[in-house]
Design a protein around this ligand. Structure first.
Ligand SMILES: [Zn+2]
Length: 269
């Protein structure tokens, strides 16, 4: 049984060689039963559920009494059925700074992201990930990746349904999926969703601004020791921060947060 990761991250493709987070490359891709040309949201949900189960088993998940879980419960607990969705969340205790969402409603937040983000900033990240679930972005990314991989094999794609992909096709498909996760349109729509989520729940929208400022700082390489950067941070973090600022100013919700810096002590106690 092979699996693909059907999730979108806050920081872009997971491709670092020295990542601690176990992405499950070895797990491969589910292809049996997945229909190449009629890829439904149910297909994406099924594949992502399997992927998340695999990742939960192969990463250090914070226990129910862990301070990280306690903190995430406080922030995320009341949003588990946000927007009619059926969401679940967990913390992975890993050095890598990221968070991701999958089509089945699973959101995973990494402890190192929680270490550098305030509650409001984490809520903005959570809102962004919920936006990806709501907008069914992972389904689109998955389908596009699947079709690209299927196109590699004329014989199987001619039949309209790919039965199995070989290992090299699986690798190409995973890469195609990660490429797809860079869709600027989807990212900016998830950012918009996050802003609306913050505003509707009366959270401080400036948290979305400072969250992106911190991601921008990470992409500039100004990480604190003890925090390991895993990803090529999203190149547009600064632009995304400015987009939040613009909206907040328009809405009369802007308060200058001053200079944003990566905290030197962990914010989860
Ligand atoms: Zn995203």
């Amino acid at each position: 049984m092979k699996k693909i990761i059907v999730c979108l991250t806050i920081l872009g493709a997971m491709n670092s060689m020295n990542a601690q987070f176990n992405l499950g490359k070895a797990a491969g891709v589910v292809t049996k039963g997945a229909k190449a040309l009629t890829f439904t949201n149910e297909d994406a949900i099924k594949l992502s559920k399997e992927s998340v189960d695999w990742m939960d088993k192969n990463n250090a998940v914070a226990g129910p009494k862990d301070p990280y879980t306690v903190r995430l419960n406080k922030l995320f607990g009341k949003h588990k059925t946000q927007d009619g969705l059926n969401l679940n969340y967990k913390v992975y205790k890993v050095k890598d700074i990221n968070a991701f969402a999958c089509a089945d409603g699973s959101v995973r937040v990494f402890s190192s992201l929680m270490d550098i983000m305030t509650d409001n900033e984490l809520l903005a990240v959570i809102g962004h990930e919920i936006g990806h679930v709501k907008n069914q972005d992972t389904k689109d990314a998955m389908k596009s990746a699947y079709l690209k991989a299927a196109a590699l094999d004329a014989a199987s794609s001619a039949s309209g349904a790919v039965a199995t992909l070989n290992d090299s096709q699986i690798g190409k498909m995973a890469n195609a999926f990660l490429d797809a996760s860079h869709s600027k349109k989807q990212e900016s729509e998830a950012d918009t969703y996050s802003y609306d989520f913050m505003k509707a729940n009366k959270y401080d929208v400036v948290g979305a601004y400072t969250a992106f400022k911190k991601l921008a700082l990470l992409s500039e390489g100004s990480t604190q020791s003890g925090f390991e950067k895993m990803f090529n941070s999203h190149p547009d973090s600064e632009k995304r921060a400015q987009a939040v600022k613009k909206r907040a100013e328009k809405d009369g919700l802007w308060k200058d947060p001053g200079t944003v810096a990566i905290p030197t002590t962990k914010l989860t106690k």
